[in-house]
Design a protein around this ligand. Sequence first.
Ligand code: ATP
Ligand code: MG
Length: 390
Amino acid sequence: MHLTHLSLVDFRSYPSLDLTLGPGVTTLVGRNGQGKTNLIEAIGYVATLASHRVSADAPLVREGASHAVLRARIVRGDRAALVELEIVPGRANRARLNRAPVSRPRDVLGLLCTVLFAPEDLALVKGDPAGRRQFLDELLVARTPRMAAVLADYDRVLKQRSTLLRTAGAARRSGGKGDLRTLDVWDGYLASYGAELLAARLALVEALRPGVARAYAAVAGTQAQVGFEYRASVPPPQQGPVLPDGQVLPDGQVWPDRQVWEEAIRTELVAARPREVERGQTLVGPHRDDLLLTVDGRPARGYASHGESWSLALALRLASFELLRADDREPVLLLDDVFAELDAGRRSRLAELVAPAEQVLVTAAVEADVPAELAGTCFVVAAGEVRRVS
Ligand SMILES: Nc1ncnc2c1ncn2[C@@H]1O[C@H](COP(=O)(O)OP(=O)(O)OP(=O)(O)O)[C@@H](O)[C@H]1O
Ligand SMILES: [Mg+2]
């Protein structure tokens, strides 16, 4: 797929912008602070309904404006779709598809599929588990848009259950009993949605692993062994038919499957309840899981060098690209400022790996940082104006 038009109104630094794009490589060159990342962020937002830089919507709306509008025309094969989003801070977004309102913004997820490479990706390797969970969850939704509903359900249950635990915990601490009658019902929901999410993440990790190792070797140009393991906060279930962990089942799930995990989460919730009430938090479930990344057996977080960490972050994105392509989703690749960080060898190896994509958008402060393999249409971004120069 590829984008043919992007238009922005009051998004970040852009009062208004209309951009015509084509397949192949497009580079956006401009000095610092001119609005290159803002463009990439806007495209990423159309694909995921989230920014890769901020979690709240307020910074996305131009200072002094009340709301922002994003419009993107997406072509996939011989079909085109026009997605329009209105971002109003503090309120739910509104979305339209081919000029008709949709009931929920998330109904437009899946129409545009992107893989975004950005300096922020270093946090995937060096940062907190939350970033790695988000990486997995965004890829789950990109592959299977229906997963957005599971994630939303899980989040809602988690919030409500945690509120209940907090109120009950506070009541107990002040000498009352604390009403925990509805907690069993929430446990059931948490286990059910949680197991669906957990099983999906495990299957995704299995599917990604070979690509991550391959991409790391290709980018880094070394034979280092890269490890990529999901770490569930719930102990892996011990019972049931004995299959090797990680075995892919005929329905595409990975052993242990969703039902087994649901039981495991329920059991763990029972054991954790006194601690949960005491702390007023949900201590069990996929919101506490992590993805362990290793290079030559050592945890990347804490051990890997800067260059190794970068190569690993790039490998995660490249493997996502490969997987989405294999699913026949052909994502648009967005490379924000990634070449400046790499030495010449890594630059040209990365360029070779991304060049076959149907559409690639590359930003750089200095044109010379963009490898020759990625010569294409060039725009200059200056003071919020985007001008085609070749
Ligand atoms: N909500 C907003 N309203 C107005 N301006 C904003 C808003 N959010 C960001 N900006 C401004 O947008 C400008 C461009 O930001 P952007 O991150 O796109 O720059 P860039 O071209 O990617 O620069 P760099 O090369 O340093 O990465 C910044 O000067 C920033 O202050
Ligand atoms: Mg930038």
